[in-house]
Each structure stands twice: as C-alpha cells, then as structure tokens.
Ligand binder design. Structure first.
Ligand code: NAP
Ligand code: GCO
Length: 271
C-alpha cells in the first residue's frame, strides 16, 4: 500500500538539482522555483563571462546557495568532469533538467548540414550526454528525476525550424526511452513542452517592426493560443516542481505540455 499523499511530497529540500544552461530564460525560472522548493541549485554555461552573469542573476533573485560550472553540454569530457565536480562539491545529482538549447530559423533548403548538426548537437545529443553522465548516480541511489525541455515542435512543424523540430521530436522519444530503460531503478524521466515563452530565444519573433507595429509572428501565435498571449517562463515553475518531486513518482515517460492550450486549438477563427 503506497503511503498517503502529503503536501510535503512537493518539497525538494535536500535534493541536488542541475538545470543545464540556466543563467537566464526558462532554465533560470525553473532553477528559482526549485530553490524555493528547497533544492540545492547547480547550473552551467559555456563561458565564465555568461556564468558570472548567471551568478549575478541568482544573487539578484536572492538565491545565494547556487553552484555554477563552465561546461559546454555538447562536450562529453566536460560533462563527465562537471558531474565529478558536482558530486564532490554538492552531492549526487537527484534532479536533472536538460534545458540548454538553441534554435536556428533557416529555410531547410538554405540550411547548411553543419548548422543542422549544431542544433541536433545541443538540443538532442547533449541531453543524451548529460543524462548518461548522471544516471549512474541515480541508479546507485535508486531514485532520480530527469526532465527534458521539449517543445511544441516535439509535436508540430513549422517553416524554418527543421533541425529544431527534428531535435525536439527526438528528445520526446529519448524521454520515453530513458523512462523505459531506467524506470526499474525508481528513476522518472519526463518532458515539459512549453508553448511560446517570452525569452531571449523568441525575442526575434516579438521584435517591433520599423513602422512600430508588432512582428507578424506575434499576432500569429496569439491567434494560436487560447488565452491570446505569450506565456511567461515563470508559468513553467509549478509543472517543473511537480515533475521533480515525489508527488510525480508514478508519472514516467510523459511530456507535460505547458502551452496555454496551443496543441488543443485549431486557432482563432476570423471574426
Ligand atoms: P535561451 O533564452 O536561448 O537560453 C538558452 C540557454 O541555453 C542559455 O543559457 C544558453 O547559454 C544555454 N546554452 C546553449 N547552448 C549551450 C551549450 N552548448 N552548453 C551549455 N549551455 C548552452 O532559451 P530559452 O527560451 O530559455 O529555452 C530554454 C529551453 O527551452 C531550450 O531547450 C528551448 O529549446 C526550450 N523551449 C523554449 C521555448 C520558448 O518559447 N522560449 C519554448 C519551448 C521550449 P549561453 O548564454 O551560453 O548561450
Ligand atoms: C519558433 C520558436 C519555438 C519555441 C518553442 C515552442 O521559432 O517556433 O522558437 O520553437 O522556441 O520551441 O514550443
């Protein structure tokens, strides 16, 4: 008989949470939520300068017990080395959020194969590399949470994002495979599929036009979102805490779409 639910099942106190690429944006919002839930925060960035900016952001948010490492998540040697440092400095990684990601918006027939490979490398190969590096520690502890930041493009395509959609579609299936392969060790691997979030990654889609009007994509995505608005990274916090907590131990291989209903909606009909 499973123990009865208690609100402390959402508590992350004492857990070590590594959110990759979390100096700002979605990763930073998730890291702040995890800190509020009691976790010890670990983040990384590709360069010392970006990492230092990340530390400033955490300090400004009142989060001082945070550990940061220079690590390019596409480099397996750096990732393996970083896991060793985390285990020495903080402890075994209990919660991994594969958040670091890039996008290149280029019409497919104009995209160079190298550009395609770069997106796959960060958005799909890196979650494999980092998950592979932390899984042994989770297996030894017989507990762990891996959360992959998927996308609308895990389900849908659109012009100019062929590499990104291929990567995020693959990330959905990598999520399901980690669930399948390591569920027996009480490790849950799920995804979060954000809708359209106002971060630096989507800034080009929201920039004002020369005539002062909004980018055409802005009205496009508002018409595809039932609430008629862009979402905020803070709105991912609750779902991310849930998937990192004991409250979701029976949830595995699931992609939780936090999209304001985009995937359920054909789009605003002409008035
Ligand atoms: P963002 O603002 O562009 O931030 C991406 C982060 O990833 C940055 O901190 C970046 O660090 C880091 N990063 C990139 N490549 C890296 C590498 N090789 N090694 C280490 N760190 C690396 O993006 P975001 O909007 O917060 O998105 C975060 C995740 O959510 C991504 O996986 C994205 O695909 C996904 N997502 C975003 C949206 C959205 O609407 N914004 C929706 C769905 C899913 P640097 O500063 O060094 O570049
Ligand atoms: C784009 C956007 C999207 C979002 C997100 C949607 O160009 O369409 O960048 O890909 O980043 O992935 O879920």
């Amino acid at each position: 008989m499973a123990k009865e639910f208690e609100m402390k099942d959402f508590d992350l106190t004492g857990k070590v949470a590594w959110i990759t690429g979390a100096s700002y944006g979605i990763g930073f919002a998730i890291a702040k939520a995890y800190a509020k839930a009691g976790a010890k925060i670990v983040f990384n960035d590709r360069g010392q300068e970006q990492l230092d900016k990340g530390f400033e952001n955490y300090k400004a948010a009142g989060i001082n017990d945070v550990h940061g490492y220079v690590c390019d998540v596409t480099d397996e040697a750096q990732v393996q080395e970083t896991v060793k440092k985390i285990e020495k400095d903080v402890g075994t990684v209990d919660i991994l959020v594969n958040n670091a990601g890039i996008i290149k918006r280029i019409p497919m027939i104009e995209m160079k194969a190298e550009e395609f490979r770069q997106v796959i490398d960060v958005d799909l190969n890196a979650p494999f590399i980092v998950s592979k590096a932390v899984l042994p520690g989770m297996i030894a502890k017989k507990a762990g949470k891996i959360i992959n930041i998927c996308s609308m493009m895990s389900e849908l395509g659109r012009e100019t994002v062929s590499a990104y959609a291929a990567a995020k579609g693959g990330l959905k299936m990598l999520t399901r495979n980690i669930c399948s392969e390591y569920g027996e060790y009480n490790i849950q691997c799920n995804g979060i599929g954000p809708g359209y979030i106002a971060t630096p990654q989507t800034a080009p889609l929201r920039e004002k036009q020369a005539d002062g009007s909004m980018h055409p994509f802005d009205s496009f995505i508002r018409a595809k979102t039932p609430a008629g608005r862009w979402l905020d990274a803070e709105e991912l916090a609750g779902p991310a805490v849930f998937l990192a907590s004991e409250a979701s131990n029976a949830v595995n291989g699931h992609i939780l779409y936090v999209d304001g209903g985009i995937l359920a909606y054909i789009g605003k009909q002409p008035s």
